[in-house]
Design a protein around this ligand. Sequence first.
Ligand code: TRP
Ligand code: ZN
Length: 508
Amino acid sequence: MISLRSKTTAGATAALVAVGALALTGGAAAAPDSPGEPRYTAGDPGAGDDYFPYSGNGGYDVQHYDLDITYTPPDPAPAPVEGQLDGIATIDLVATQDLDRFNLDLRGLEVRSLSVNGKPATAIEPPDPDVEVEGAAYWQVQDDDARIWELTVQPRPKIKAGESVRLVIEYGGTTTRPRDIDGFLYGWVTTRDGAMVVSEPEGAMTWYPVNDHQTDKATHSFEITVPEGKVAVANGLPARDPETSNGWTTWYWDAPDLQATYLTTASVGDFDLRETYFSSSGVPIIDAVDTKLTTNALNTTNNSLALQDDMIDLFEALFGDYPFNSYGSIVDNDSVGYALETQTRPVYSGVAREGTVAHELAHQWFGNAVSPERWHSIWLNEGWATYAEWLWNDHQGVESAQEAYNDWYAPDRTPSYWEFQIGDPGPHGLFNGQVYDRGAATLHALRVEVGDDAFFAGARLWLERYNDSAATSEDFQAVYEEVTGEDLDWFFQIWLWDQVKPPATWTL
Ligand code: TRP
Ligand code: ZN
């Protein structure tokens, strides 16, 4: 039985880092007997993203996560805001190398049993990397200070490249209120009435064992059991009617579209699950709104949500078909301080404002259907979603996109404001206002530069080419160079990299 480690002294932490790092990467690799023979090595403990080196893992490709979760929200105040989560994750994956062992990400929860293709593995302490572990085993490293949270699986027999594997992992523990690298609440955020589940950039690991990086998209299905009266809302569509027995209700959701793990949600609360309605193109829209929202917040929210079908119409006309099987919003009375574009079903903090609703909807195309292959390309998410807000306001006659650009461009700002590269904002700069505003301005300037036809043709080509996948700023530039036949290095140099105010030559 593995106990979760928490830091007691600085010395203990340092020791754990050392053991952890070695145990994570050290693989008992068999030397090949002859060329072409399997060579079993350890999967990488990261996906290779330098902003979050231990997020995601190498050596396999997840196809599907089935999450069967029983969740008990906190007791009323003054009880601590802590919940109890008990899960069974059934994970179907395909090995992409001959695997001696491989990792998943799991933070703050304990694995209680784990099986590989039906064969149980033994729980052990993180082993000495020089000593070969006998038999099928698994171990956890939890280092909050180093932000290393890894579950290592040693399958026996070893796994050959191309083999399909089913993992069944029973896990659970007390849920709290995890924070991202900047101290923002994220992941499975326990609330008094349930949980607000918003996991960007690498918070999915706070609630399920996962290959927590957008380069490994997978389909998801959910069975979320909560005390009778609570509602659990996840991605996609209800798979069947909820079932209640003995004071517990199980909610079934199915998300058959490929999905980056940071976009998974299964929020729990006192939600009014509203009747499904449809966009003119037939996208089913399901909204869930906290029954405790105040009249003001509810008014604003209802007015904005009523525009979702019109917004889908506009964005489909500009960018092409809505990319997933469903849509709708979760509006919680609790707040993490921001909204998140969870796939098919964004989550809002306290109120859903019109601009934010347009923003989260636009993310379904930009960020969700096509994700940033590395987190340094985050401007492709936030720049596009912000530009889509400008386009929505333009369409509504509120303000033209050019006026919005001018509003950002015109004010005098200190040189330090411009000392920022949206092309590489750093892990602490992911949600800096510049990523949003200069990102949107970059797209407006690009539109002016190449003309409306090429601009929207480029957007559609980008979305088609990288649909259900992930790509970088370089790929984005290449799409526009292909569409225009021009070298656009100079343009992206100015907008993504130069740390000065771009020259004001972009007016429609
Ligand atoms: N991606 C969200 C949006 O713009 C924002 C987000 C995620 C965020 N985590 C955050 C914003 C932390 C501020 C702080 O739709
Ligand atoms: Zn956004």
